[in-house]
Design a protein around this ligand. Structure first.
Ligand code: SF4
Length: 94
């Protein structure tokens, strides 16, 4: 046996490409969502003044800017226009 590295064959490359094609698209919502209940977080689906989830550091955006997303602190579907007591303005957000 030698330590020679063999170049990838066309079959190997195509096999790897096929494997990548069937990997699921990872959407960060469920995996990284929080566990605090909305009631315990005093979540509301409307802003509190200018403070709202879309500019919170814990917000995980949905597929579109106006779609519900998730939160790293609070469980469940989270409106970008919502708010809760854990609100923390994202650095640089206006
Ligand atoms: S305001 Fe509360 S619910 Fe909204 S993203 Fe921030 S921590 Fe989550």
């Amino acid at each position: 046996m030698t330590d020679e590295v063999k170049p990838a064959t066309r079959r190997t490359v195509l096999g790897a490409a096929a494997a990548l094609a069937v990997l699921p698209v990872v959407i960060p919502t469920a995996a990284s969502a929080g566990v605090v209940t909305q009631a315990n977080a005093k979540y509301q689906d409307k802003p509190k003044g200018a403070a709202h989830c879309a500019i919170c550091t814990y917000f995980i955006p949905g597929p579109k800017p106006d779609a519900n997303g998730a939160c790293k602190q609070v469980a469940g579907s989270i409106s970008p226009n919502g708010w809760c007591q854990f609100y923390a303005k994202k650095p640089g957000a206006k």
